[in-house]
Structures are given as C-alpha cells and as structure tokens.
Design a binder for this molecule. Structure first.
Ligand SMILES: O=C(O)[C@@](O)(COP(=O)(O)O)[C@H](O)[C@H](O)COP(=O)(O)O
Ligand SMILES: [Mg+2]
Length: 425
C-alpha cells in the first residue's frame, strides 16, 4: 500500500499551479537538519502530513503541499535570517472564505516544530480562487472622497490622550476641539471600549453630537472611529448601535479579536454600509522578530482579504514604534489583486506636524495620518494642535514648505518650536 512520508513534500522541480497558494518562509533548520529536510517538514506539517509514514489508499485525496524552492542561506544578513523557502499549497486544502482555517495550515503547528529553530511566514502569493472567496474592503481608500469629499490630501485622525480615563463628556469635547481645528476623524484608543469611566453608548451619542456641531461650524464632513472591540456577539450589538446613531465607521482591534470575529463584523458592516478601521494592537507579537512569526506584510494581506477599509501600517520609521516595510506593505494594499478594493494605509504612532513632509514624501497623500500626542501635547492645547497638523498637511498638498506655512500659522510655528522635525523617543 502506498504511503506518504516527509520526503513526499519536497520537489524542487515542481512548478506551482495557478490555483496554488504560494507561501514564502524564512527558516533556520535545527542542528543536524538540512534545509531540504526542514523544508519538507514545513510543507508536510502545514498541509496533511505528520512525522510517521502514513499508509494511504481508497478514500484519500492528497492535499499535500510541496516545498519547491530553496533560496540562499542569509543567516547574519541585516534584516533577515535563515533560508528562504517557498511552499505551494493545493487549493483543495483550504476552506474558501475561512481565514482561521487557512492560518491553521500556513501559520499553525509549524511555528512550534523542533525541526526548525525559527520560522517566519514572510509573504503569500494569493491565487484568484482563494482571494475572491473573500469580500475584500467595502470602500477602501474611497472613504476619503465618499465620506469626507477629500481627494488631494491625507485624512487626519486623532486619538484623545491620555489613552483612557477621560470622562465621556471630556472625550467628546476633545473631539469637538480637534474637529473644529481641522481634523477629520476622532478615534478611540485601542484599549478604550466600554469601561465605567466612559461607557460605549454614551460615548457614541455624545461624541456624535459634538461631531454634528463641528461639521456644522466648519462646513466639513467629520466622523468617528469608535472602538467596538468585544466578544463577537457584543461587537455586533455595538456595530448596530453605531449604524443606528448615524456614524460611518467602526474600529476593531483585528489581531486581538481574531480574524473570525473580523469576518463576522465585515458581513454586518456590509449590510449597514459601515467602513472598518483596523487597529493592529498585538501585531508586534507576531512580526517584531525578523526571523520568526508572521510578517506584517502577511497580516496586511489577510486584513485586505477579510475586508477592512483602513489599516495601521506604520510611519516609515519616523514615529515612536518599530515598523516593517511600510512602503512595501502600502503598495501591496494598493496594487490590484483580482479586483479587490484597496485599503487606506494609516500612519500613526509618535507623529507630529514636523514629521509630515518626510512622511508624505514616503507614503504619498492617499493615506490617513493619526496624531494623538502630536495634537493633544501641543503647548496651546488640542484645538491649536489640530490646526497645526492640518496646516502642515495643507502646506504639503499645496507644495509649500512647513517654514513658509508657519509664517501664517502660529499653531504650526508653535508645534515646530516644540518638536522640530524630530522622531520622539
Ligand atoms: O496608542 C498609541 O500609541 C497610538 O494611539 C498612537 O498615539 P500617538 O499618536 O500619541 O503616538 C496608536 O495606537 C499607535 O499608533 C498604534 O501603532 P501602529 O500605528 O504602529 O499600529
Ligand atoms: Mg493607541
């Protein structure tokens, strides 16, 4: 009787089928293990194999993956370690439209195998069938025009700071100050949900009341990224509240809630016409170490397939948080992938007006720029902080320098005096 062993999962002459999902891993084989042996174990354990030779016969359809390419050993290279391998997975292995099932294959047990000292899922080439089994974003970067009527500049967001602890009334007032200062979006922090000091529903209602006031006074559309993160059923309740109160967005901590919950929220947002802002809190637990885990590039690909409209992707190293390949990830979120809508990248984390020109030179203006400390830490307060950031972005869109704009914007001049063009530490 035929049987399958690890050796059946490697074939360096294999040419992937168009419907195969192709994954690029970086691996460091364990001592005494060749790259080929480790690669065959990665392909086996992430598809249908295991450590023992398995008899197969009647009633078995082979869904085994194939390690088909092995790159150079780049151990010791600056930004990457180990050897690159490529593995092709047959379409039939996967449940179309189920991200948890796919990840249980390509980022499951293999992350803990003894056959490798470390393993990183660095990139995926998603085939048409699997890609289009997901909805993708409902709006993507069209949110800029559709919600704010903005085409030539980034949309601006701000998180009230301190992150948590503000009362509902104060939170909404900070929103009013920021919106009337020129910000488009108020945003909850990733850890603000429905705590006693600022309950979800009250926060929703009072913030939208201030939003309406600010939109009236400025003549500009304004919106709110309210954080609905919770258990899935509760999250759906909150999504429904957001729609019935007349907001355009929900925010979800996509990594901590999990992709299954995000898929469920995406379905509900389709019915209600709501856009999804994805915060990636906890992403660094997966992607921070360049030789292990799951890259932010792959997490961003997943986020686009399951259908978020906006996603934090970093500040090209200008801000306070470690970033991985912001420009490359943003390009993937924009490039055509079988007709899926794009995703609007969000630059956030340690940003202030002085960093805007370098940031937009790298990211372009089809982005959302978020500043919390960079607005609420302004020496003259939130309203002036918002005016300073808006002035910086307007200057960039008009092709003017910060210095020239600061001559007519005291708020911007103060921000530059305070923070210069330095990256916060
Ligand atoms: O809590 C914070 O740190 C922020 O609100 C930024 O505040 P500041 O504007 O005050 O820095 C965001 O959560 C981070 O930007 C998330 O990181 P990333 O965007 O890299 O996912
Ligand atoms: Mg935050």
């Amino acid at each position: 009787m035929a049987g399958i062993t690890y050796e059946d999962f490697i074939d360096l002459s294999y040419d992937p089928a168009a419907a195969d999902l192709v994954c690029t891993f970086r691996i460091e084989p364990a001592a005494g293990m060749t790259v080929e042996e480790a690669a065959s174990r990665v392909a086996s354990e992430s598809s249908n194999g295991t450590w023992a030779a398995l008899p197969t016969g009647e009633g078995f359809t082979d869904m085994g993956a194939t390690a088909f390419a092995i790159g150079d050993d780049e151990s010791g290279a600056a930004d990457s370690a180990g050897t690159e391998i490529k593995v092709a997975y047959p379409e039939g292995l996967f449940e179309p439209g189920s991200m948890p099932q796919i990840l249980s294959c390509i980022a499951g047990n293999i992350m803990g195998m003894k056959a490798v000292d470390s393993i990183r899922l660095a990139d995926c080439e998603w085939p048409e069938g699997l890609t289009t089994s997901f909805p993708g974003p409902q709006f993507g970067s069209d949110v800029r025009e559709e919600i704010f009527g903005v085409a030539d500049r980034p949309i601006l967001a701000t998180v009230p700071k301190p992150k948590v602890g503000l009362s509902t009334e104060t939170h909404a007032e900070v929103g009013y100050e920021a919106w009337t200062g020129g910000v488009d979006l108020l945003k909850d922090d990733e850890n603000l949900t429905d705590q006693a000091f600022n309950p979800f529903h009250d926060r929703l209602v009072e913030s939208l009341a201030q939003r309406d006031r600010a939109a009236e006074e400025t003549g500009e559309p304004k919106s709110y990224l309210i954080n609905v993160t919770a258990g899935t059923n509760e999250m759906l309740e909150r999504v429904d509240q957001v729609a019935s109160e007349g907001c355009e967005y929900v925010m979800v901590d996509v990594i901590t809630t999990g992709w299954a919950a995000v898929q469920t929220v995406r379905e509900r947002c389709e019915e209600l016409g709501l856009a999804i802002h994805a915060h990636r809190a906890m992403h660094a637990a997966f992607d921070r170490l360049s030789h292990h885990g799951v890259s932010m590039r792959v997490l961003a690909q997943i986020a686009r397939l399951v259908g978020v409209d906006q996603l934090h992707t970093g500040t090209v190293g200008l801000g306070k948080l470690a970033n991985e390949d912001t420009v490359g990830i943003n390009a993937w979120l924009r490039d055509d992938h079988y007709g899926l809508n794009d995703v609007l990248p969000v630059a956030s984390g340690g940003l202030h007006p002085g960093l805007v020109p370098d940031l937009l030179d790298a990211t372009g203006t089809n982005v959302c720029v978020q500043a919390g400390g960079g607005i609420h830490g302004h020496p003259h307060g939130t309203h002036e902080g918002a005016k300073a950031l808006r002035a910086a972005v307007d200057a960039y869109a008009a092709g003017r320098s910060l210095e020239a704009k600061a001559e007519e914007s005291p708020a911007l001049a103060t921000a530059i005096d305070e923070w210069g063009t330095e990256t916060p530490r």
